[in-house]
Design a protein around this ligand. Structure first.
Ligand SMILES: Nc1ncnc2c1ncn2[C@@H]1O[C@H](COP(=O)(O)OP(=O)(O)OP(=O)(O)O)[C@@H](O)[C@H]1O
Ligand SMILES: [Mg+2]
Length: 589
C-alpha cells in the first residue's frame, strides 16, 4: 500500500464536486441558490448544450466586494454562517461554502460582481481551480457567474453526461423547483439562445399556474394554514386530476425544495381517503417553520432535511391538507370555471333557472328517498310544490337543479355555468360514507332497529366474532345476536344503511373484524371499513329517480364534505360549461 498523504486542494475539490455537482443541473441549482441568498429580485439564466458548454446565472443581488472574490471561490469560505449555533438554525439556502469551489474545480468559472456602492465591477477567473487576479469589469449592481465546459478536466465524469436534451431537461426541472419556491422573484431562462422561461414576480398561485399550467392552477385547491410560526401554503391538485406518475409534486421547506419521507407520508395519508392508491396527486406546498426546528445539513445536495419533531410536522401537514381536501361541493367550486359572461338561458325561464330548494326541505326529501322506500315511490310523480319558485332565495346552488336522468346512471343538471353531470351511484356512496364517518367520529353510528330481524346461516367463526365484539359492532351501528352456533340474527343496522341487504352487510363487517381485529378496524382501517359499508348503501344503477329526488341528492352532495369524489377517488360529478357546449356546436364564432 502507498504511503498516506494529504491530497492537493484541487483534487479535494474535484472529489467534492463529484458529490455536489453531479451534473449541470446541480451546478445550476447552486448558482441560483446563491443569487437568492444574495437577495436578488431578478435572476436570469443562460444555458448552452444542456448546461455542459455554458451555464451563466446573473442577478441583481448584494454582490461580492473585490477583496472577497478569491474567498468566494475558495473551499470552506462562506458569508452565511460563522458558528455552530448558526449551523443549527440555517435560514439561507447555502451554508457550506463549497459550491463555487467545487464548480470551479471542474470548469472554467468567471465570477463578476459589483456591490451597490462600487463604481464598477470586479471579475475573477478560475480555471481548473487556478485563480487569476481580480480585474475591473463592466456589470450592473449584482453578480454573474459564468461556467464554461463543465468537467473539461474530469473525463470520467464527462462520460456520465447524458444527451444535451436530457441534461437540459434536468436543468429545466431544477429551475422549476427554484422558481416555484420563490414566486416573489423574477426569473428568465434561455437555452441555446432561445427564451424558454420568462417569469415576472408573481403571487404564489400565479407562479404555480405559470409553471404547472393554467389547468392545474384552475382546478387546484388552495391551502393556507398557520399555527404559531409554522405555516403551510400552496395549491394541491383535486383528486380527480391526479396523475399516474409522481412528477408534479413540489414540497418546499423554508424555501428549499426537498424530498422528505415524513412529508410525503402526510400527503399520501391525507389523500388516501379520496384517491385510489395508484394515483398521485399533483401539489406545490411550501412549509415555513422556525429554522431551528429543521436540520438541513444532512445531504450533500441539501435536498433532504430532518425535522427535529417530525411527528408534529406530520400532524400539521396531514391536517392542513385533509381539511383543504374536505371542502364541500360548495367550496369545491374549484372545478367550476370562473363565472364568465352569464350563460345563455334560452329555453329556461328565469324563475325555473333560479329554482332553489331549501335545505330543510331537501333533507326531508332525501330522508324519504333513501330512508323509507315506500314513501319514495309516492313521490315519483312530478310534484309542482317542488318546482322552482321565485320567492325563495335567489342563490343558485353550486350543482344547480336536475333536468333529467340518463341511462339510470347519471343525473343531468343545470347550474350557473352550464351542464352538470352527476354519477348518482358514486355521489350517493360518498354521501353515505361521510355520514357514517361523522357519526363514528362522534362516538357511534346511529342504529336503526329492524322490525323483522334478518336471520342467516353463519360460519362458526362469525358467530364467535359476534360474541367477542358486540361492543364494536354496537359502535358501528349493528345489533347482531347469535341464535345458534351456526346462525345469526341481525336486529339493527346503521340508519344510513337501512335499505341495504342486512345479511350481506353484516357478513362483510364481521369478516373485516375477524381479519384485522376490532381495535384495528376501528382505528387504522376505519376508512376502509366505512367505505365497504357505504358500497352496500349506494343507489343501485338503473333506479329511476324523480326530479325531486335528484335535486335532493344534489343538495345533499353540496352539504357533504369531499363530495367531489367517490370513496375510490373517481369524480362524482363533472361540469360542462355553456362555452364548451357552444364550441361543440360551433356557435358564436
Ligand atoms: N450570486 C452571489 N451574490 C453574492 N454573493 C455570492 C453569490 N454567489 C456566491 N456568493 C458568495 O460566495 C460565497 C461562497 O458561495 P458558495 O456557493 O461556494 O458557498 P455558500 O453558498 O456559502 O454555501 P454552499 O456551499 O452551501 O452553497 C457565499 O457565501 C457568498 O458570500
Ligand atoms: Mg452556495
Amino acid at each position: 500500500m502507498a504511503a498516506i498523504r494529504i491530497l492537493p486542494d484541487l483534487l479535494i475539490n474535484q472529489i467534492a464536486a463529484g458529490e455536489v455537482i453531479e451534473r449541470p443541473a446541480a451546478a445550476l441549482k447552486e448558482l441560483l441558490e446563491n443569487s437568492l441568498d444574495a437577495g436578488a429580485r431578478e435572476v436570469s439564466v443562460q444555458l448552452a448544450s444542456g448546461g455542459t458548454k455554458l451555464l451563466k446565472v446573473s442577478d441583481d443581488g448584494l454582490g461580492v466586494g473585490k477583496d472577497e472574490l478569491p474567498l468566494a471561490v475558495a473551499r470552506h469560505a462562506t458569508s452565511k454562517i460563522a458558528t455552530l449555533e448558526d449551523l443549527e438554525r440555517i435560514a439561507s439556502l447555502g451554508f457550506r461554502g463549497e459550491a463555487l469551489a467545487s464548480i470551479a474545480a471542474v470548469s472554467h468559472l468567471t465570477l463578476t460582481s459589483r456591490q451597490r456602492d462600487e463604481k464598477h465591477a470586479w471579475s475573477i477567473g478560475v480555471t481548473g481551480g487556478e485563480l487569476a487576479e481580480p480585474a475591473p469589469a463592466a456589470h450592473d449592481a449584482g453578480t454573474s457567474v459564468e461556467v464554461h465546459d463543465l468537467y473539461f478536466n474530469t473525463p470520467a465524469r464527462r462520460k456520465f453526461l447524458k444527451s444535451e436534451a436530457t441534461e437540459y431537461a434536468h436543468c429545466d426541472e431544477t429551475f422549476k423547483r427554484i422558481v416555484l419556491a420563490r414566486p416573489d422573484v423574477a426569473f428568465r431562462l434561455q437555452h441555446n439562445g432561445r427564451a424558454q422561461w420568462h417569469l415576472p414576480a408573481h403571487s404564489p398561485a400565479a407562479r404555480i399556474a405559470a409553471v404547472l399550467g393554467e389547468d392545474f392552477g384552475a382546478a387546484a385547491i388552495p391551502v393556507d394554514v398557520q399555527s404559531g410560526t409554522t405555516r403551510l401554503s400552496g395549491l394541491i391538485g383535486s383528486p380527480a386530476s391526479a396523475r399516474g406518475t409522481r412528477d408534479a409534486q413540489y414540497f418546499m421547506v423554508n424555501g428549499r425544495f426537498v424530498r422528505d419521507k415524513v412529508l410525503a407520508h402526510a400527503l399520501r395519508q391525507a389523500y388516501q381517503d379520496v384517491l385510489h392508491h395508484d394515483r398521485h396527486p399533483a401539489f406545490v406546498l411550501a412549509l415555513e417553520l422556525d429554522p431551528a426546528r429543521v436540520d438541513v445539513n444532512v445531504h450533500p445536495a441539501k435536498s433532504e432535511v430532518r425535522f427535529r419533531d417530525s411527528q408534529a410536522v406530520h400532524q400539521f401537514v396531514f391536517h392542513a391538507v385533509s381539511r383543504a381536501l374536505a371542502g364541500t361541493a360548495g367550496g369545491a367550486a374549484d372545478t367550476i370555471p370562473e363565472p364568465g359572461p352569464r350563460p345563455s338561458t334560452a329555453g329556461f325561464s328565469a324563475t325555473q333557472y333560479r329554482m332553489p330548494l331549501g335545505v330543510a326541505q331537501s333533507n326531508a326529501v332525501y330522508e324519504t328517498l333513501f330512508g323509507r322506500t315506500g314513501a319514495a315511490l309516492a313521490m315519483s310523480a312530478p310534484n309542482p310544490a317542488n318546482q322552482p319558485s321565485a320567492e325563495t332565495s335567489a342563490e343558485l346552488p353550486p350543482l344547480g337543479f336536475a333536468l333529467a336522468q340518463l341511462s339510470g346512471i347519471y343525473i343531468l343538471a343545470q347550474n350557473e355555468h352550464g351542464l352538470v353531470i352527476v354519477d348518482m351511484h358514486a355521489a350517493h356512496e360518498r354521501i353515505v360514507y361521510e355520514k357514517l364517518k361523522t357519526q363514528l367520529d362522534a362516538d357511534r353510528i346511529a342504529m336503526q332497529p329492524l322490525l323483522i330481524p334478518v336471520v342467516f346461516n353463519a360460519e362458526r367463526i362469525d358467530v364467535a366474532t359476534t360474541e367477542d365484539h358486540s361492543e364494536t359492532l354496537g359502535k358501528l351501528g349493528f345489533e347482531i345476536a347469535a341464535l345458534s352456533p351456526t346462525s345469526l340474527a341481525v336486529r339493527g343496522v346503521p340508519v344510513a344503511l337501512k335499505d341495504a341487504d342486512a345479511g350481506q352487510l353484516a357478513r362483510d363487517v364481521l369478516a373485516e373484524i375477524r381479519e384485522f381485529g376490532a381495535s384495528r378496524v376501528l382505528i387504522e382501517r376505519q376508512n376502509e371499513l366505512l367505505s365497504t359499508m357505504a358500497c352496500h348503501a349506494a343507489v343501485r344503477a338503473n333506479r329511476l329517480l324523480t326530479i325531486t329526488e335528484m335535486n335532493a341528492l344534489l343538495r345533499e352532495m353540496e352539504a357533504t364534505e369531499r363530495a367531489g369524489q367517490c370513496n375510490h377517488g373517481r369524480p362524482t360529478w363533472h361540469q360542462i360549461s355553456i362555452a364548451e357546449l357552444d364550441k361543440l356546436f360551433m356557435r358564436g364564432r
